[in-house]
Design a protein around this ligand. Structure first.
Ligand code: R5P
Length: 294
């Protein structure tokens, strides 16, 4: 209700103090709309501007992957340690507790199974449905160099256009495909194309040589893909080097949920990402966590 009596004092207006405005200081996001920045600030922790995303979307093309047979039993207990969960709308509605509060990065492309040509994807979710499940971002596969390269890029640009309308950021997932050489030259090409065409952040693999140039040449945040299961110490080392060389976080699946102790592993990954823990220290932390019951 408006003041009937003017009891404010001039000093309360602080007329000489310029109005504060603090955009979310994430790489490349300063010009985005408020809703976009707000959602990105849920995926990327504001204190570190980094993220540990837990990827469990494998079922959308390869069915019940090892470790994801019962997401209610294997994944839901890990959610308190995930900064974001990358998953499908089917898994969200059937299994993820709405009260978990974990920000969702929604898988929004699909089509072919592992029995077919994987690059032949289409968009598989409308932006309205992404908003309905309260997604903080949507994810789309981009197959640079793949058989259906142009179609997958078109999927991404359509999703970006829809995301711009709704204030929902788009994660481009690139460098997927067995036949591709994942060296820095290829990763620079793939990630830069995604960013130039509007992706708000990009997921890509780590390469040992010159990963810093991949991150530097991409004007939006990069999150490192986990890939096939490695020994825990090696996976933590890979994450460490990715972060030290410019990645803004990780989006790991099998290296967390196929670990002997997924809870210890996600916490150790979190120490690498948010505290820059050295790989040996993070691995010691992993070993110190109690083994899962049963
Ligand atoms: C990659 O193409 C998909 O998004 C995967 O289903 C998933 O995100 C991969 O996770 P990871 O390789 O760490 O198991």
């Amino acid at each position: 209700m408006a003041d009937h009596e003017d009891r404010t004092e001039g000093a309360r207006f602080a007329a000489s103090v310029p109005q504060r405005h603090e955009p979310f200081p994430l790489k490349g996001c300063g010009a985005l709309d408020w809703g976009m920045q707000s959602r990105l600030a849920r995926v990327f922790r504001p204190d570190t501007r980094r993220t540990v995303m837990l990827a469990i979307d494998h079922g959308y093309f390869q069915g019940p992957t090892t470790g994801l047979e019962r997401v209610d039993l294997s994944i839901v207990p890990l959610l308190p340690w995930a900064d974001a969960l990358m998953t499908t709308r089917g898994m969200i509605r059937s299994t993820i507790p709405p009260a978990s509060r974990v920000p969702v990065v929604l898988r929004a492309s699909g089509g072919p199974s592992i029995l077919k040509e994987l690059s032949d994807e289409q968009l598989a979710v409308s932006m309205e449905d992404a908003a309905r499940v309260n997604a903080c971002a949507v994810a789309v596969q981009v197959f640079i160099g793949g058989e259906h390269e142009t179609q997958s890029v078109r999927n991404m640009t359509r999703l970006v256009d829809a995301g711009q309308r709704y204030g929902i950021p788009v994660l481009a997932v690139t460098a997927v495909g067995k036949e591709l050489t994942r060296d820095a030259r290829y990763l620079r090409l793939a990630t830069r194309i995604c960013a130039e065409l509007g992706a708000h952040f990009v997921k890509t693999y780590y390469c040992e040589k010159d990963f810093d140039t991949v991150a530097a040449a991409c004007p939006v945040p990069l999150v490192m893909a986990g890939g096939r299961k490695l020994p825990e110490r090696d996976a933590l080392t890979m994450a460490y080097h990715a972060i030290e060389n410019g990645a803004a976080g990780v989006d790991m699946g099998r290296n967390i949920f196929q670990s002997d102790s997924p809870q210890a592993m996600i916490r150790a990954v979190g120490a690498v990402v948010h505290k820059s823990s050295k790989p040996d220290d993070a691995y010691d932390q992993y070993l110190r966590e109690p083994a899962p019951a049963g």
